[in-house]
Design a protein around this ligand. Structure first.
Ligand code: FES
Length: 156
């Protein structure tokens, strides 16, 4: 744990009078996710039960309790995308990236593959998002191209 970072966040929290959400946002901004030991550190300093932090962090999808990869691949798993065959494509991508069962981030921290509910673009299902770029009407071939594109780009 980086105590210097925590102290800087604590100073800002005290100075600007924040709340749990703003504190979690600052922690995530600084660490890239919400590390458990950091939550306990703040819990002790601020005398706020750690369960309050975890309650908020797990309620909002914007917070991550595990480190995320440098490259983020998001697969829509809403009904339309599922019907149009998103599942085998996700499996293929996971296989390509050698992602162990039950894990969302590769061991080298390069990729995170996550699923979300309908992203609101059902007319171009199945929809995938690779580093914020939308790939509609996804196919196995397009998925391979997306991975190549991501691999060539930033975050390598
Ligand atoms: S179900 Fe995937 S965009 Fe709607």
């Amino acid at each position: 744990m980086n105590e210097k970072k925590c102290l800087a966040i604590l100073d800002s929290y005290r100075e600007h009078g924040g709340n749990i959400i703003s504190l979690l946002q600052e922690i995530q901004e600084s660490f890239g996710y919400i590390p458990e030991d950091v939550v306990f550190w703040f819990s002790k300093r601020l005398n706020i039960p750690a369960s309050n932090f975890f309650g908020v962090a797990t309620f909002y999808a914007q917070f991550y309790l595990k480190p995320r990869g440098k490259n983020i691949i998001t697969a829509c798993c809403g009904t339309a995308c599922h019907v149009k065959g998103s599942a085998p494509i996700i499996n293929k991508i996971r296989e390509e990236l050698k992602l162990p069962q039950g894990e969302t981030t590769t061991k080298d921290g390069k990729y995170t593959v996550e699923s979300v509910a309908c992203v609101g673009a059902c007319s171009i299902a199945p929809v995938f998002i690779g580093n914020k770029k939308v790939f509609g009407k996804m196919s196995m071939e397009k998925a391979a191209e997306m991975l190549k594109e991501i691999d060539k780009g930033k975050g390598k």
